[in-house]
Design a protein around this ligand. Sequence first.
Ligand code: PLP
Length: 392
Amino acid sequence: MTHEELKALDGQYVMGTYGRFDVDIDRGKGATLYDLAGKEYIDFSSGIGVCSVGYGDPRWVEAVSGQAAKLAHVSNLFYTQPCAQLAQVLCQRSGMAAAFFANSGAEGNEGLIKLARKYSFDRYGKGRGTVLTLKNSFHGRTITTLTATGQEVFHNYFFPFDEGFRYAQAGDMNSLQAAAGHDVCAVLLELVQGEGGVLPMEKAYVQALAELCRERDWLLLVDEVQTGVGRTGTLFAFQQYGIEPDAVSFAKGIAGGLPMGGFLTHARCRDVLGPGTHASTFGGNPICASAALAVLEILDGELLDAVAEKGKYLRRRIGQMNLDCLGATRGLGLMIGVEVKERYSNKELAARLIGNGLLVLTAGRALRLLPPLTISREEIDKGLLILERTLS
Ligand SMILES: *Cc1c(COP(=O)(O)O)cnc(C)c1O
């Protein structure tokens, strides 16, 4: 099939909810992708933070194909080994106590919200179901997680939205105090706002917020759908903030390209959701769980340290280019935002970079870089060369 044939087919039969770039992708190896015509692209996007271990890693391929041949799926009415082992590894490496598996980030966050409301209901009864979230956050596309998302642009068309959410200014404890009330059961936040523009939270703010949660018996819920699974240089970003969340969601990078999401709970609330209170048909699926086990094996301590190093290197090199259109860089590990100057459009810059063979993302007004965590120095340098040549 040619690019034009594919584009016509997609245009006719796939619902037009995405503004696609004029590029198709056919295959990949490492952090390098190829289109149908064989053109090469360096990947600074990992899908959207999904392909954490790049493309075609033999350990990942072996885990997925081996499990596919053995057992693709059985319901959650039965025990399966990959699911239990994955929960164990996630808990041991995060200090959390138990895992629930679903299939996406939004579902992971729905789980956090259900957990907080039931925790509060069990202790205090009705009328304490409000979750505080932050302005400029992003928590997903279901009606509830859209409501949780603290950006007015998302609160459109699909009325009525849910009750039970209020929004505080990110980084501002006074705003959080002002949003507090007797009806609150939890705070939900991203430690680095991803879709909002790659904006890391201040450590002091996060610790003060955690303290307030403890005082009021609100659950501290961290959305690590984008920051989790090694993206920021530790398995979860909360491990760099000196806090112990009550629950943490994950998704994107967990299974290295297969759909999986879910959440982990602290020992304090591991038994809140008992039999029959929450479920997912596909959650903990053996193929996805095997893929995730391979991802976590690849993301050992050494590799996570390398993530932090690669992030610093990328930011230093981009800073040194002194490009007219770009401002300062920010972020944590390999989650990087590059400020785009006022008179330039990040979408236009991204389209030019992609056209020249470098896949990048946008977020807020910034360019956003989320390369595979396993990207090689050679691939990083190739990508940086494209960036410099395209934008200077
Ligand atoms: C991507 C994202 C989500 C939504 O994940 P889906 O898998 O698309 O449902 C939620 N929260 C954050 C922080 C995200 O980056």
